[in-house]
Design a protein around this ligand. Structure first.
Ligand code: BGC
Length: 734
């Protein structure tokens, strides 16, 4: 029995406990299950507060609910790092000095690494910088498939293959979200051109949608648990993607079980009823005079009050917003992050180094031997042009950006006399800050060429750094390129430079395939450097001088000419009268080139090394464990004299299929670093999805019993070993 005094003490505890639970509501209890916290918080919000959580209250913020301790949410671009702060109500820079960030290489360069581990590191890095800058939702990665080389945003995306894009996006998102930040996979879906981007209506068959355009999104949702998805600007089958019943309600939420929130693209919402009913949860960037005029603000509130829109629909949207807030620890102790650290810069350099693709290297011109060069000519505007602060929403205010020329100068020190000539000049630059230093008296095109030729003649070796840039009409959001040619007379210039000095290495700084002019035959070495971010110049110099052995592989086919590429061959880009029909269906990228037997300039997956690799011992059999259909073993040996990394690529070919299929499809890959002479055996597991196609009649994925060829190689067109695999039973999966 209790003594009297003990009982008194016990009784006096009861009010204390009660008041503790009052001061600590369930939604604030970090140890409580997420869904219970969400429900608790939902129950405390007024109608007006709920609606306030569904739309922006500035261009990149959403109001909090101070009464309940809910903070303001900060969204920020984007895929390459944390964007410069812009004004509250306009896209003009806020003019701050605390918003410099580490610039990662453009996403297409990340895709060219073919390395999910690197993608994860990039995600962690951007996530960390996002936290240091107080951001809650980061608007990336972009995973739209490269359908045409002309799309102005190809540089922001992960190439032409759904499997590669999915693998990299998943790792990136896992890395970023591990920092208590929500990623935002974008733009859902079928946003593959900038021409008429807000109004174009995309039509494609269901198989193309499921097999090409959706897998990276699905993987982001189901494998990475991405917290947010951004609707695209375009229409899909007649309805805008930011409020598209089929894409958002049926596919994303019902089929895939997405529990996070759908945010609109900026100014991508057009209708309150559709926004209310078709799956949108957060409206941002709408062009209205006042934020409460947004479609999901007052008009929605009024519709809720009058009973036009259901309270269940509202609560579903609010729950999703709260889930993301609580899930990213906005109400709890949260990672603080860091910005512009040496570790982050090292990640930027690693991505850049691993993404650089050695396209051609005749006579081992590369790597350059610094001891044998007295004078090096560096020619081309992209040698000195900073790029990170361009391209629109993915642009950054980099703390620094090492240009190719700076990187080369640092690498060679005083041992080599380096001369630079601009060679060509991009006219009409609309962004002074991205322009290289120009003389007061601009040189004429002839003078620029003459100086470039003189520099080439005077040098023992030449590095030409050209390509595209982020001006409108190049690699830039909101406009597609008009053709696939190199701009600013570069084709002619490169030919002349090569004539003046055949030891010319051509470096392409560009985020999409460009057509290589007649110079390409004569150029002994061609390097695809993409946009390298803060450390781009250092990475390039290290690759060119052999400190780093190149290991990047093309994440997209480089067609010899535009007409060879599928959307253009089918005359299906950028559409007619407001509609674009994806006539090429499944045959996107190498799926087209391989099926139609068209020789590209450089195939998907291509990329040379300074060493060589041998493939042997291909074996496959049923998987012993782990639910896989097969495990493929292959031995890879470094047969050269330098350490290097190879990307082993596995393609599956269906020999007996009831529906037409592309000749081959990438279904696994692995990047492996090998010392000279070293051999490693790689095991690549293949699940049902590696054999399956989407059957629209069954609304399911079908891996049909029958024969498949499993081909392993160094690119889609450099298959080193293959064998037949028999699938004994048909498997159907949702
Ligand atoms: C782009 C998005 C971006 C948003 C916010 C839009 O124009 O399409 O990718 O996240 O702006 O800047």
């Amino acid at each position: 029995m209790f003594s009297r005094s003990a009982l008194c003490a016990f009784l006096s505890l009861i009010p204390a406990l009660a008041s503790a639970s009052e001061t600590q509501p369930l939604y604030k209890d970090s140890s409580a299950p997420l869904e219970r916290r969400v429900e608790d918080l939902l129950g405390r919000l007024t109608l007006e507060e709920k609606v306030s959580l569904l739309h922006g209250d500035s261009l990149f913020t959403v109001a909090g609910v101070p009464r309940l301790g809910l903070p303001v949410r900060w969204l920020s671009d984007g895929p390459h790092g944390v964007r410069e702060e812009i004004s509250k109500n306009s896209f003009s820079p806020a003019g701050r000095t605390d918003d410099f960030a580490t610039a990662m290489p453009a996403a297409i360069a990340l895709a060219a690494t073919w390395n999910p581990e690197v993608a994860q590191k990039e995600g962690e890095t951007i996530g960390s910088e996002a936290r240091a800058r107080g951001k809650d939702i980061m608007l990336g990665p972009g995973v739209n498939i490269l359908r045409s080389p002309l799309c102005g945003r190809n540089f922001e995306y992960l190439g032409e293959d759904p499997f590669l894009a999915a693998q990299l996006a998943v790792s990136y998102i896992r890395g970023e979200q591990s920092m208590d930040v929500a990623s935002c996979v974008k733009h859902f879906a079928a946003n593959n051109q900038e021409t008429q981007r807000s109004s174009i209506d995309v039509e494609m068959d269901e198989r193309a949608l499921r097999e090409i355009y959706l897998p990276a999104f699905r993987a982001a949702v189901q494998d990475a648990g991405v917290w947010t998805v951004m609707g695209a600007y375009n229409k899909f089958r007649g309805e805008h993607c930011c409020h598209n019943d089929y894409l958002l309600n049926k596919v994303l939420k019902e089929e895939w079980g997405f529990k996070g929130l759908v945010v609109s693209d900026w100014n991508g919402v057009h209708d309150t009823a559709q926004a209310a009913r078709n799956g949108l949860d957060l409206e941002m960037g709408t062009s209205r005079r006042a934020y409460d005029e947004y479609f999901l603000a007052k008009p929605y509130l009024e519709g809720l009050q009058s009973g036009v829109y259901s309270r269940e629909g509202l609560d579903d949207k609010v729950r999703r917003n709260l889930r993301v807030m609580i899930g990213t620890k906005m109400l709890d102790e949260r990672k603080a992050g860091a910005i512009n650290t040496a570790a982050h810069q090292a990640v930027a350099r690693r991505v850049a180094e691993e993404g650089i693709v050695l396209l051609k290297n005749v006579g081992d011109v590369l790597p350059l031997d610094a001891t044998r060069i007295k004078t090096l000519a560096v020619i081309g505007e992209n040698a000195t042009r900073p790029q990170a602060h361009g391209g629109q929403s993915s642009e950054l205010k980099a703390l620094y950006e090492v240009t190719p020329l700076q990187g080369l100068l640092r690498r060679v020190g005083r041992s080599i006399n380096v001369i630079h000539a601009l060679g060509y000049e991009a006219p009409n630059s609309d962004k002074l800050s991205t322009r290289p230093q120009k003389p007061d008296e601009p040189l004429t095109a002839e003078e620029l060429t003459a100086r470039a030729i003189a520099a080439a003649r005077a040098a023992d070796a030449v590095i030409f750094v050209g390509g595209l840039n982020h001006e409108l009409g190049n690699d830039c959001e909101s406009r597609d390129r008009k053709d696939m040619k190199l701009p600013y007379g570069q084709d002619e210039l490169i030919s002349k430079v090569l004539e003046a000095n055949p030891r010319t290495v051509v470096v392409m700084v560009a985020g999409t395939p460009v057509e290589f002019g007649p110079w390409h035959e004569k150029a002994p070495a061609v390097v695809q450097a993409w946009y390298g971010g803060s450390e781009g110049g250092n990475a390039l110099a290290r690759v060119l001088f052999g400190d780093v052995n190149p290991s990047g592989k093309l994440p997209c086919t480089f067609p010899a000419k535009l007409e060879d590429s599928p959307a253009h061959a089918m005359n299906a880009f950028p559409g007619n009268e407001g509609v674009v029909r994806y006539e090429e269906g499944l045959l996107v990228g190498y799926r087209w080139f391989d099926t139609k037997k068209i020789v590209p300039m450089y195939p998907f997956g291509h990329g040379l090394s300074y060493t060589t690799f041998k493939y042997s011992g291909l074996k496959f059999g049923p998987s012993p464990a782990g639910g896989h259909m097969a495990v493929v073993d292959v031995e890879v040996t470094n047969t050269g004299t330098r350490e290097g990394a190879e990307v082993v690529q596995l393609y599956v070919r269906d020999l007996e299929s009831s529906l037409p299929r592309p000749v081959q499809e990438l279904k696994a890959f692995r990047k492996v670093m090998l010392k000279p002479g070293e051999t490693q055996t790689l095991s690549l597991p293949l699940g049902v999805e590696a054999f399956a196609f989407y059957d629209p009649a069954r609304k399911a994925w079908v891996a049909e019993a029958g024969k498949f060829v499993i081909a392993v190689g160094s690119s889609s067109r450099d298959i080193r070993a293959e064998g037949e695999f028999q699938l004994s039973e048909t498997i159907v999966r949702k």
